[in-house]
Each structure stands twice: as structure tokens, then as C-alpha cells.
Design a protein around this ligand. Structure first.
Ligand SMILES: CC(C)(COP(=O)(O)OP(=O)(O)OC[C@H]1O[C@@H](n2cnc3c(N)ncnc32)[C@H](O)[C@@H]1OP(=O)(O)O)[C@@H](O)C(=O)NCCC(=O)NCCS
Length: 135
């Protein structure tokens, strides 16, 4: 994974870090992943990711884990939040394998596929994370 972009907020504090996700087998760019709403004062951020054509090959899991590693071991954040739709099994699987835990469900909070859909709230903390590859 590479190609990070770091945007600064109005008060000089980082708000967003976005990475391009590469498949290292052939150096093809396959998606993006990043941290949003970064609040250094609280040690928090939100996570987002989208993989294009090469889904289901482990790239989402690996990219999620690398972004969490960056969040905890470079930015020194304490908690990263994630919201995903209940039907997104690929996402839930990848996120849990990468270190997120389910912390709640917001019931019927989004219209998706024509019906009210539960939103699964997940978070990740450094205590659960394990070994860093970034330090
Ligand atoms: C969610 C997303 C990032 C996951 O990335 P990915 O590269 O596909 O994830 P991985 O391959 O690492 O892991 C997905 C796992 O879910 C499994 N999976 C996928 N669809 C599944 C389904 N319908 N039912 C059960 N398991 C499923 C895959 O087989 C894989 O598990 P495995 O490695 O044991 O086979 C990617 O699918 C994506 O970008 N989706 C569209 C955008 C999106 O949903 N973004 C997130 C919004 S919160």
C-alpha cells in the first residue's frame, strides 16, 4: 500500500489521511483506504475503504490492517471508528480479521437496497492490535 495524502485542517491539525491500495504482485492500484475526521486532541478517527475489481483476495483485510497500524503506531490514535451496512459480509469479515470489533448496531439507520438497513458500528483500539509492521 502506498501513495498517502495528508490534508491539514484549518487549525493546522490533520483531518484526513488517504492511501492508494496497490496489489504488490503486479503494482496495480486497486482501491483507496484512509482515516477521516482525525481528532488528535481526542486520539480518534474514522476509517473508510473501497476496493475495486480485485475484491475477495485479501487485499481489503491487509489494507485495513496497515491503516490501523498507521493510526496507532504513527499517529498514536487511541480509537478508530467504522460504520458498515449489515449486509456487507465481505467488509465485516475483512474488518474483524484486521482488528476491528463490533460495538453496536444502529437499527434501520440507512435506506439500502430499498429498505431500512441496520448499520454495524465497529471500533479498533491499540490494545487489541498486536504486532506493528511500521515500527
Ligand atoms: C469491503 C471491502 C473493502 C473488502 O475488501 P476485500 O478485498 O474484498 O476483502 P478481503 O478479500 O480481505 O476479505 C473479504 C472476505 O469476505 C468474504 N466474503 C465476500 N463476500 C462474502 C459473502 N457474501 N458472504 C460471506 N463471505 C464473503 C471473502 O471470501 C473474504 O473472506 P476469505 O478471505 O476468508 O475468503 C471490498 O469488498 C469493497 O471495497 N467493497 C465495496 C465498498 C465497500 O463496501 N466499502 C466499505 C464501506 S464500510
Amino acid at each position: 500500500m502506498g501513495g498517502g495524502e495528508h490534508r491539514e485542517g484549518r487549525e493546522g491539525r490533520a483531518q484526513t489521511v488517504e492511501f492508494t491500495v496497490y496489489d504488490c504482485t503486479d503494482s496495480t492500484a486497486v482501491g483507496t483506504a484512509g482515516l477521516f475526521q482525525i481528532a488528535h486532541a481526542y486520539g480518534t478517527a474514522e476509517f473508510g475503504i473501497a476496493i475495486g475489481e480485485r475484491r475477495g483476495q485479501g487485499l481489503g483485510t491487509e489494507a485495513t490492517r496497515l491503516v490501523l497500524d498507521f493510526a496507532f503506531n504513527v499517529l498514536q490514535l487511541r480509537n478508530v471508528l467504522l460504520e458498515t451496512l449489515e449486509w456487507n459480509v465481505a467488509g465485516l469479515t475483512a474488518y474483524e480479521r484486521a482488528g476491528f470489533r463490533r460495538v453496536g448496531v444502529r437499527r434501520g439507520a440507512v435506506m439500502s437496497r430499498g429498505r431500512p438497513t441496520n448499520v454495524v458500528l465497529m471500533d479498533a483500539v491499540p490494545e487489541d492490535f498486536g504486532t506493528s509492521v511500521l515500527r
